[in-house]
Design a protein around this ligand. Structure first.
Ligand code: PEP
Ligand code: MG
Length: 576
């Protein structure tokens, strides 16, 4: 049992995604880089240790002897990261051989594992495997690289892994992979978001997973209930197959809504746009009847590659998207890296941070490294010559950040003019993600510098409630229905309406049809979501009366806790 993060049921043979096939980079470093390399290694050790602690806590909840057995193993792994021979050995190799941390880890692990394998005692011989497991964990945390083995899988495979980063997930081909299940992962992290974008049923946060699944086992992933069944009996298999087919039938039925407007019973039309993570999603956006792209997360262009994409590459890609959308607006968000999305190529800027969710990330990084921002702005401006674009800025906390981007935009436009390159004229609207509570509370003053707002409820919930959206241990506490989050949404919406600028919601809440009545009741008239969610939300909108929704929203805003809000919302949803 875990968290169902992406609807649908997948049934297929398991592919255990072990990271054994990592392409470990191997290079020499200068004397002056030893300290930085040690720091990088120690960051990886901290991260790996944190993972193990989390896993142990979860393992403790397992039934019977499984808790004890897994607990011992994880404890042993943790000990290998506490000032051990492994850790000291890696540090020495970095210093003495002047090599990068990944190469030092590989060499040290190989040597220790070899020593163990020579021992007669079978118990000790087995410890070599543990060393290798810990080594893999360290390498993955150092490299932020995907499982290479995810590239060529058999059709219908269910991917089973202890963890999939957003970068790993971006490599899954939904035509080949049926779904996935992981040991780690939180309520609203980008891995889950990507699964929804790709339409892959997924369950995350199942700590004992890898203890029970073997390569090739038949696995059922129920992304709605959050259930995973390994090697089901005949009846169970038949039951799930039937449910899977029923879900497919429902989806096909909803396809009929593609060309009807998202109009409420009292005749108000709501704007429905799509969020995309990968350029290949444009077809799905159009197939699902979205009226534009409300959020393109450009950071995925930077993942899974050793270098940073330049202006020309980004321009060509954006141009394809803009042309593909044929006159419908495309909202391009500037780079939102940091926290769980870490491009290898930007490693030098994204040093280990004591608190990555609050560190040098998103717009802060773009403003610190002007070339990053200017390249993106130039590409967006040029794509704007082929159709309407909007520029969306992530993690805005003050108006001065928006003003700095505007200044950069003018500079870039002047350069393009000099180069005689066509670009958007007039300049595209510039808007802010409202996803930091301080930005929401200052929305009225921020509105003076913004041409639109997009409310990012995923991060807004995380920062308002101090609950990491990627941490499965606190996933049960993560709720955008908390009255504090709802007040910030309401306040932001009212500020935007007063300032006469458009506002939408582009967090995952927007794609959950159970929340639609509440968001519309709070004054929202535009929503942006995973394209697969558009038909469901449209269906909900067409059944709604806005006055009734506003009245229920008012009652909801008087509540003190998320549980009560959910009850009132469910009750309303059952009525209309
Ligand atoms: C959000 O935070 O709500 C959002 C839409 O952005 P992301 O999920 O990419 O952080
Ligand atoms: Mg965000």
């Amino acid at each position: 049992m875990g968290l169902g993060v992406s609807r649908g049921i997948a049934i297929g043979p398991a592919h255990i995604a072990e990271s054994g096939g990592l392409d470990v980079p191997n290079y020499r470093i200068g004397d002056d880089a030893i300290e930085a390399e040690h720091a990088r290694f120690s960051g990886a050790v901290d991260y790996a240790r944190g993972q193990l602690v989390k896993l142990r806590k979860q393992a403790a909840k397992l039934p019977g002897s499984a808790a004890e057995e897994l607990g011992y193993l994880l404890q042993a792994h943790g000990q290998m990261l506490e000032g051990s021979r492994l850790v000291r050995g890696v540090e020495n190799r970095i210093r003495e051989q002047l090599i990068n941390a990944e190469a030092a880890v590989s060499q040290e692990v190989a040597e220790i594992a070899h020593i163990f394998s020579q021992m007669d005692d079978p118990y000790l011989a087995e410890r070599g495997r543990d060393v290798r497991d810990v080594g893999q964990r360290l390498l993955r945390s150092l490299m932020q690289t995907p499982y290479r083995a995810l590239a060529d899988l058999a059709e219908g495979t269910v991917v089973v892994a202890d963890e999939l980063t957003p970068a790993d997930t971006a490599l899954l081909d939904p035509r080949i992979v049926a779904g996935f299940v992981t040991a780690y992962g939180g309520a609203q992290d980008h891995t889950g978001i990507l699964a929804r974008s790709l339409g892959l049923p997924a369950v995350v946060g199942t700590p004992d997973l890898l203890e029970h699944v073997r390569q090739g086992d038949i696995v059922i992933v129920d992304g709605i209930a959050g259930e995973v069944v390994v090697n089901p009996d005949k009846e169970t298999l038949a039951r799930y197959e039937e449910r899977r087919d029923e879900l497919r039938r429902q989806t096909r039925k909803l396809e009929r809504l593609k060309n009807v407007p998202a109009t409420t019973r009292d005749d108000v039309t709501i704007g429905l746009q799509a969020n995309i993570d990968l350029p290949g999603e444009v077809e799905a956006v159009l197939d699902n009847g979205a009226q534009g792209i409300g959020l393109f997360r450009t950071e995925y262009l930077y993942l899974n590659r050793p270098d940073v994409p330049g202006e020309e590459e980004q321009y060509l890609l954006l141009k394809d998207i803009v042309e593909g959308m044929a006159g419908r607006p495309v909202t391009v968000r500037t780079l939102d890296v940091g926290n769980d999305k870490l491009p290898y190529s930007l490693g030098e800027h994204l040093q280990v941070s004591p608190n990555p969710a609050m560190g040098l990330r998103a717009i802060r990084l773009s403003l610190k490294v002007p070339a990053l921002l200017e390249n993106q702005l130039a590409a967006i401006l040029r794509a704007g010559a082929h159709g309407p674009v909007r520029i969306l800025l992530p993690m805005i906390s003050t108006a001065s950040e928006v003003r700095q981007v505007r200044a950069a935009l003018k500079k870039v436009a002047t350069r393009l003019r000099r180069r005689r390159v066509p670009f958007a004229d007039p300049l595209p609207p510039v808007g802010a993600m409202i996803e930091i509570p301080g930005a929401a509370l200052a929305a009225d003053s921020l509105a003076r510098d913004c041409e639109f707002f997009s409310i990012g409820t995923n991060d807004l919930t995380m920062y308002t409630l101090a609950i990491d959206r990627g941490d499965e241990q606190v996933a049960h506490l993560y709720s955008p229905l908390h009255p504090a989050v709802l007040r910030l949404i309401q306040f932001t919406t009212a500020a935007a309406l007063r300032a006469r600028i458009p506002v939408n919601v582009c967090g995952e809440m927007a794609g959950d049809e159970r929340m639609t009545a509440l968001l519309l009741g709070l004054g929202i008239r535009d929503l942006s979501m995973a394209s697969a969610a558009v038909p469901r939300v449209k269906q909900r909108i067409r059944a709604l009366d806005l006055n009734e929704a506003a009245r229920r929203a008012q009652t909801i805003m008087d509540q003190a806790d998320a549980g009560m809000v959910a009850v009132l919302l469910d009750d309303f949803n059952a009525l209309a």
